[in-house]
Ligand binder design. Structure first.
Ligand code: SIN
Ligand code: NI
Length: 265
């Protein structure tokens, strides 16, 4: 059988991480997401995949249910995954897309167990975060295994990062995004399968979804979440800030929220 050899629409292009050109940046800013292939080498994928399995054996989940087995801020728990979260290349791509200085907000190891997991329903990330103003926050979602559609890859609603007024919505259906903003149900959805080592970047307000894992291999992704460097804390509760005794209005800064500019190769 012949091989289909085309790069597809812009979101699907084989953009190498070394070449984040202006067209890619423009595309991201218009649509609120982009796929970048080959952010990690096969050797790095193997290393981080092994480290993720080890961490999952050694630590308890922050969240473990039908949707996700999730660990938060693993970079503070394990040296190898620390290297992934603080990867200067991923940070540099994020900063180029955002166009403003960024710092790390937190990371998440996001696992959908084999066969039995459910979809992560459509949501925006930003309403969950206790941030005063962070207009350019974004997430790098790095595949540590091949993530075809059937294993729970992400889908995005292009352009929804321009919606600044959607109230906080829960993932449960009754208060879900489509109940609060019913017109979004009728937008086209762009579904983005990833090979291991590929990455998507999505803006903190871009509505997104991850399908159920119907395969017999667990889906392992590592999300690195960045915020504008000058982001302040609102005082709202969040798993990352709850233990820190911050006061409302205080800058999120210091060694727990390192600047991308300070990450070194
Ligand atoms: C998922 O990995 O299932 C969801 C990721 C996200 O919501 O950013
Ligand atoms: Ni999300």
């Amino acid at each position: 059988m012949g091989v289909i050899n085309h790069s597809g629409p812009r979101w699907a292009c084989g953009i190498d991480a070394e070449y984040i050109d202006q067209r890619t940046v423009d595309w991201y800013r218009e649509n609120g997401f982009v796929r970048i292939k080959g952010v990690l080498s096969p050797e790095d994928v193997e290393k981080y995949y092994g480290a993720a399995l080890e961490l999952m054996e050694q630590t308890a989940s922050y969240r473990k249910d039908a949707v996700l087995d999730q660990r938060v801020n693993v970079w503070r728990q394990q040296t190898i995954l620390r290297e992934l979260t603080l990867n200067p290349r991923v940070g540099a791509i994020a900063q180029r897309l955002a166009g403003v200085p960024l710092r790390l907000w937190h990371d998440q190891l996001l696992v959908k167990p084999a066969s039995e997991s459910a979809a992560t329903e459509f949501h925006q990330d930003q309403p969950y975060w206790p941030h005063g103003a962070s207009s350019s926050s974004l997430t790098a979602w790095i595949a540590l295994v091949d993530v075809p559609v059937e294993r729970g890859c992400m889908s995005f609603l292009p352009g929804t990062h321009s919606l600044t007024d959607v109230p906080r919505h829960e993932l449960e259906h009754e208060q879900g995004l489509f109940d609060l903003a019913p017109e979004l149900r009728w937008l086209p959805r762009v579904t983005v399968p990833l090979r291991a080592g590929d990455c998507t970047f999505h803006h903190g307000r871009t509505a997104h979804y991850a399908g159920p894992n119907r395969t017999n291999e667990q889906r392992i992704a590592h999300a690195v979440i960045y915020i504008d460097a000058n982001t302040t804390y609102t005082g709202a509760r969040h798993v990352v800030t709850n233990p820190l005794r911050l006061t409302s209005g205080q800058a999120l800064e210091g060694e727990l929220f390192p600047l991308v500019a300070d990450l070194t190769a």
